[in-house]
Design a protein. Structure first.
Length: 197
């Protein structure tokens, strides 16, 4: 039996491809670097997905119309202050939330999912999940809202950067859909649809 605290050694800081257990590995790492304007982040463990799945299941089982969720990942830039970090989180939304199309200042609706929008600092995506892991979801799907915020960043507010915000959120949402075993990918396309409404 190994002795010690059981804590694995890990670096204090990592690149975008290693943050949150490698969630951004591949082309997403470069997107994260570009939208945050940072290349080095505080190490964070990769257990965000477990927390998100547990929070969504608990919210769904509560029978309430909405429920708080959890953060999937909060890439915290080296040298950043409180509130500088980016973040991806998922929660359960109430039905009327998608009927209310009041967007944050500068936001615009996209066509993907039940509702999606982008803005300078992030993106949001609403969809429904029918899953064998969720009793009764074939009658009443789990309503999930995903959000990505890029944190404090000097990145420009252009279509390219707004689309990257949505591409990051879409990729993380597909990872969640796979974990939850949502039928038909939760109605989401395999490749992000980056079309303003």
């Amino acid at each position: 039996m190994a002795c010690g605290s059981g804590e694995e050694e890990h670096p204090q800081f990592v690149g975008a491809d290693e943050v949150c257990g490698g969630l951004f590995a591949g082309p997403l790492a470069e997107m994260l670097e570009r939208v945050t304007g940072k290349t080095v982040f505080a190490w964070a463990n990769g257990n965000g997905m477990e927390k998100v799945v547990a929070a969504l299941k608990k919210g769904y089982e509560s029978g309430r119309s909405w429920a708080g969720g959890a953060h999937l990942c909060e890439p915290d830039p080296k040298g950043g202050g409180l509130g500088d970090e980016a973040g991806i989180s998922f929660s359960m939304y109430a039905p009327q939330d998608v009927e209310d199309e009041r967007l944050p200042a500068g936001g615009e609706l996209y066509t993907m999912g039940l509702q999606s929008s982008v803005r300078r600092g992030g993106a949001s995506l609403y969809f429904e999940c029918v899953s064998p892991q969720l009793d009764g979801s074939d009658q009443t799907p789990l309503r999930i809202q995903g959000g990505f915020g890029r944190g404090k960043s000097d990145a420009p507010d252009t279509r390219e950067y707004r689309n990257m915000n949505m591409q990051i959120l879409h990729a993380m949402t597909l990872k969640l859909v796979k974990e939850l075993d949502c039928a038909n990918n939760g109605g989401l396309p395999k490749s992000p649809v980056l079309t303003p409404k």
